[in-house]
Design a binder for this molecule. Structure first.
Ligand SMILES: NC(=O)c1ccc[n+]([C@@H]2O[C@H](COP(=O)([O-])OP(=O)(O)OC[C@H]3O[C@@H](n4cnc5c(N)ncnc54)[C@H](O)[C@@H]3O)[C@@H](O)[C@H]2O)c1
Length: 390
């Protein structure tokens, strides 16, 4: 018998959260093939999937809820974002379609951590109890936000708790969800580029044996960039410049038209290349444009200028026609299922084995950040083999 796992989305009415929730229901009903899911792949000759080998919760054992500033039902969110076709929306179970987002919480009293964190904690406890869950994971999928100036309160648990209690705005919404998750022994995945796992929260997570993973899901253009850069680096082809641009028309794209939020995303998208190749690629540029007609269907272009043997120059052009949330949703399902093991064995703090899923992987203290895709995949494979049960 597998164990019941609850997923609470911060950003429940968003494109990604609604796609994950409806998508899991379509898979459960057998309406869709299990493509793009690592945990559903076979790793050994006995025809058992990674999920079987690791005794992970099955897709049917996942239960969903979450918060949003828009209290839309899943059906309203699906119709707003237009990620899934009408044909698929009508197949989703009625109870899932009618599921509303919980309001962004605020507790009656301040408790030990201030009203907002106490409110989130209380929702996590109620969700766990009502659904008799073995594990809970909070997945942060809220809009991209400006990166706050570093505050010294992030470094000390006591000072951070005081800021939370007082409701200071150095404590961002992403930090509140992360902190509440840790306090309630729920795993935490930060799919956004927002700063959340500050040192105080990491300390708390280590103390309580709660896993954290982040940040900024690596889905389309950056995924391919890190795969290709890792391969070009193995062949020692020298990269002179890498020009990346993309257009997208969803709400995330709209949020990114705000300069401060764009800077948060840009830092995340720029970070990978130099670390992979081991030198500074002087002309690495990333551009993002909000272009409404495309909705959630992002189009990206990459031009890479490189030099090979004897310094002869070459170019590579890539044109990606992606679907943002369709790429993001399976990564979240995989990470949540894998994270149940870390919750069970109390693997507290930042988890390096999930680095392959993130644009800006946050690594445990004393470990170098790894962007090379082959190295990231190898970390994950080693971790999977270590935890195989049968
Ligand atoms: N789609 C991808 O491929 C991808 C890849 C990497 C990262 N991301 C990140 O994932 C996040 C979600 O993407 P999306 O396309 O679903 O965006 P979205 O704009 O559709 O959804 C975000 C949701 O968060 C809600 N929200 C904002 N502040 C909140 C708060 N304080 N509490 C609760 N809800 C709040 C918004 O109302 C909205 O419904 C973004 O930060 C995006 O940058 C997306």
């Amino acid at each position: 018998m597998t164990e019941k796992t609850g997923i609470l989305f911060a950003g429940h009415a968003g494109a990604i959260a609604s796609t994950v929730i409806a998508g899991a229901n379509l898979l459960k009903q057998g309406f869709s093939p299990k493509y793009a899911l690592l945990c559903e792949s076979y790793i050994t000759e006995d025809q058992k999937t990674i999920a079987d080998k690791l005794e992970l919760p099955q897709l049917e054992d996942l239960v969903f809820s979450g918060w949003d500033i828009y209290c839309h039902t899943i059906e309203e969110s699906l119709r707003h974002h237009k990620v899934l076709s009408e044909n698929d929306i009508v197949k989703v179970s009625v109870d899932i379609l009618n599921q509303p987002a919980l309001p962004v919480p605020c507790a009656v009293n301040k408790g030990e951590w201030g009203q907002e964190i106490e409110g989130i904690r209380s929702d996590i406890r109620n969700f766990r109890k009502k659904n008799q869950l073995n594990y809970v994971v909070v997945v942060n999928c809220i809009s991209t936000q400006p990166t706050p100036k570093w505050s010294e309160t992030y470094d000390s648990l006591d000072k951070f708790q005081e800021s939370c209690y007082q409701g200071y705005d150095t404590v961002t919404p992403s930090m509140k969800y992360a902190c509440a998750a840790v306090l309630e022994s729920a795993g935490y995945i930060n799919f956004t580029p927002n700063l959340s796992a500050v040192p105080a929260i990491v300390t708390l997570a280590k103390e309580k044996g709660v896993p954290l993973a982040g940040r900024d899901g690596k889905t389309g253009q950056t995924f391919l960039k890190t795969v290709l850069a890792s391969a070009l680096n193995m062949r020692q082809l020298y990269i002179n410049g890498w020009y990346s641009t993309n257009i997208l028309g969803n709400r995330d794209g709209e949020a990114l038209s705000e300069e401060d939020a764009f800077q948060t995303k840009l830092m995340s998208k720029l970070a990978c290349l130099d670390e992979i190749v081991g030198y500074k690629v002087e002309d690495h540029q990333v551009h993002i444009h909000h272009y409404r007609p495309r909705g959630d269907n992002k189009e990206s272009w990459d031009n890479i200028d490189l030099q090979g043997f004897l310094g002869y120059s070459m170019q590579i052009k890539i044109n990606g026609l992606y679907r943002d949330s369709i790429l993001a949703a399976p990564l979240i399902l995989d990470m949540v299922r894998l994270m149940t093991i870390s919750i069970k064995i109390q693997e507290g703090g930042l988890t390096e084995h999930l680095a392959a899923f993130f644009k800006s992987p946050e690594m445990p203290e004393g470990t170098n950040v790894i962007h090379d895709f082959f190295a990231q995949y190898s970390l994950l494979q080693k971790w999977i083999y270590k935890h195989i049960k049968n």
